[in-house]
Every structure is written in C-alpha cells, then in structure tokens.
Design a protein around this ligand. Structure first.
Ligand code: ZN
Length: 407
C-alpha cells in the first residue's frame, strides 16, 4: 500500500494536509513534505472521518417489489415483511445485502453495524449470508452484526435458541425488540440476562409508537444501571419521546443520560411509517435529537431500511439522513448544521465502540472527502463524496458533472 497525502483539505475548519501510512493517519499539518507520497489534491474540500452506519437492515432490503406497501387499514410493515421472510434463501439475502453495502461504500460509509434477523421464519440464513459479506468486504467496509429478535422472543418456541446459537457462533451484539412481545418487560429482562450470559452489549428497537403507556426506555435505563451495563446499551427509534409532556420527557432524558445510553434516530423510516392514523397534527415520530444532545446523551442518525415496506425510498446515504433529520427535527440553523454531521461520524462510532476512529494522528485512515467547504454546504447541497478511503486505500471515487447551457 502506497503512502497517501491528501493536499490542502478542510480539516477541522482549516486548510491542512493529511499524510497516511500503513492504514493510519500519520500526520496532519498545514504543509507537509510530499516526498514518497502519492498525492490527492483536495484543496478546500471537506475531509471527515468515514460515515458510520449504526442501525441498518441489509437482510430485508430491496423487497418493495415483492409486496404491497402500507395502506390505510392494511397490514403493518412487520406483517408484510414477516410473510416474505420464510422464502428468503441465503443467496437471495446475500445478493440484496451486497447491493446495500456497495451503495453504502459509494456514499462514504466505512463502518456499518447491521441487524440480522434471527427467528423461526428466517432461522440463521441471514447470519450465514451476512457473514459471507463480512469476509468479502474485508478492507473495504467493516461490517458488525447484531443478532436481532425482530419477531419477539416469546412468539414461538425456537427464537430464543436460535439467538443463543447466533451469539455462540460469535455475533458480538444482541438486538431486542420489546414491542413485538405482549410483555415488554419480560422481553427486556430476557435480553439483559442473555446479553450478560454471553458478555455482549445490547441494542433495542424501543418506543416506536405514540402511546406513552407503553414507554420502556426508562425501564431499560434502570436495568442498564442495575446490571452495570452503562455505555453498553443502545436504543433505536425512541419516537415516543416526542409525545411526552416536557417535564416527563426531561425526566426520561436524564435517566438515559445517567445510564449512558446511546440513541440512534431513524428519521426516514419514522416519516414514512408513523402518524398514519392521525386525522390532524400528524405525528412524525422523529425523536427529540436537539434536546437529547443538549442533555449530554450520545445521539446518532442511521438509515434503517432500504426499499422495503418500512421505507420504500430508503437509501444507505448518511448525508441524505442528515438532511432528512435537519428537516424533520428543526435543526437547520447554522450552528445546528455545523454539528449534525457528528451524528453520522463520531457519535455512532462511540455508540458501536469503534477504536482508533477520528481525524487525529494515529487514527485509522477511514475517511470521506466531500465536495463542500463545510458541513452546512455539504448537507444543503448533498455534496458529492469525491473520495472514500478505507484503511488508507481509496475504495470509491465519485464525480458529478453538469453543464449549464445558454439558450
Ligand atoms: Zn431497525
């Protein structure tokens, strides 16, 4: 691998060179000696650590054409997908998931943590397909896998054993989905006990409805503290925060902070799925990103679904999710646009426990170079990802051309 020098990019708000050797950032400085380096001129282009997709479902991507979408009075997205899962083969999952990974790399993603469904319908076929992809994308995209209980753990007699088998085979995370079981607390307790038995962290799909009576994140926070798992529990969705009274919300957010819970918002799916029965003031379901961040909770954004009934227009482009979040969560002021890209870079990296991630000397050279001077311009213009660099190697290069024609 040749040493690589990025020339004069915008790094932390200033024009700097980034020297890369042996897959790591070797030096950062205003004008480095280029001798011995292959150079890339990125003058005034925004250099960021690679995008981190922290919550995504490649195993059920690209199936919108196999089923009807959501309709008033029709089946839920869970029901539509459950009916299709039984027919998923390993090769089918592999092919669709591969397309997700290729698109994600093209859009600047260097690390992805994916939920893999494990249940009586699909058994361990998703695990097998995603494991193959993990090996095939080595050096291009780091893929972490979560053994995910999408259908609940008390709905059949096999899912608990299958999840244990997936963990035993080496999957490093357990993913729960309390609202799929009648007794949410029993589901949460089972997940904590199983995670502790295997010594793995937890990630829950939690509080995705608008009924405060079903709130679970405060109980999850209590359990996290009681079991000494602070910093090792992540919650996706948390749509319900948006319907709590402000004082109650502040109490819940404080508990999340105390338990050092990571929160991952999935705005594209919320905007498509939520509030469909509302007749006025349609609830959009995106969690309170600004409030969570201001309270000191680690918050991230992720893509979640790709071209399926949950999000028919889902696309693994985190710069797009940043714009969707800006629009959905009132985060358009310049100071907010300036920090929004942390929600697809450093914050998810923290949530999934990445070592050596970032734009500092000694960090892994996982980078994306955007055709913009700063985050606000990158989000607003949905700037092209000119170079995607993984372990110091360029793994994707993109250009956009346009011509304004005079009449
Ligand atoms: Zn999800």
């Amino acid at each position: 691998m040749n040493p690589l020098l990025l020339r004069q990019g915008r790094v932390a708000g200033r024009r700097q060179d980034v020297a890369i050797r042996d897959g790591r950032i070797h030096r950062i400085g205003p004008s480095l000696d280029a001798a011995g380096y292959e150079t890339l001129d990125v003058t005034d282009r925004l250099v960021l650590p690679g995008f981190v997709e922290s919550h995504i479902h490649p195993d059920k991507a690209f199936i919108a054409d196999r089923t009807e979408g959501l309709r008033a009075g029709g089946p839920s997205a869970q029901t539509l997908v459950a009916a299709l899962k039984k027919a998923f083969s390993v090769d089918d999952i592999y092919g669709r998931a591969r397309r997700v990974l290729e698109l994600a790399v093209r859009h600047g993603c260097t690390t992805m943590r994916a939920h893999v469904e494990v249940d009586g319908y699909v058994e361990l076929r998703g695990v097998e397909a995603l494991r193959r992809l993990q090996a095939d994308f080595a050096g291009v995209l780091d893929l972490q896998l979560i053994a995910f209980a999408q259908e609940g753990v008390f709905t059949d007699g096999v899912t608990q054993d299958l999840l244990r088998e997936a963990l035993k085979s080496g999957l490093p995370w357990l993913g729960g989905c309390p609202y799929m079981d009648r007794d949410q607390r029993a589901h949460i307790d089972w997940c904590f006990e199983t995670a502790q038995a295997f010594g793995v962290p937890l990630d829950f799909h939690a509080d995705s409805s608008d009924d405060p009576a079903l709130l679970t994140c405060d109980y999850i926070a209590e359990q996290t503290i009681a079991r000494g798992m602070q910093g090792r529990v992540t919650l996706g969705h948390l749509c319900m925060l948006d319907v709590l009274e402000p004082a109650e919300r502040a109490r819940v957010v404080e508990k999340l902070r105390e338990a050092r819970i990571h929160v991952i918002s999935l705005p594209a799916t919320e905007l498509h799925v939520k509030g469909r029965a509302d007749v006025r003031r349609t609830w959009r379901g995106v969690t309170r990103l600004g409030e969570l961040r201001a309270a000191g909770v680690n918050v991230a954004l992720s893509t979640n679904n790709i071209v399926n009934p949950f999000t028919p227009y889902g696309h693994p482009d985190l710069l797009r999710q940043a714009l969707v979040a800006a629009m959905a969560a009132h985060l358009g002021n310049l100071d907010q646009l300036a920090w929004l890209l942390e929600l697809v870079t450093t914050n998810p990296a923290r949530a999934i426990g990445l070592d050596g991630y970032g734009l500092g000397e000694g960090c892994r050279a996982d980078l994306v170079v955007l055709d913009a001077r700063d985050p606000a311009q990158a989000i607003t213009e949905q700037a092209e990802k000119l170079f995607v660099i993984k372990d110091g190697r360029v793994v994707a290069r993109n250009t956009r051309t346009s011509e304004l024609l005079r009449r």
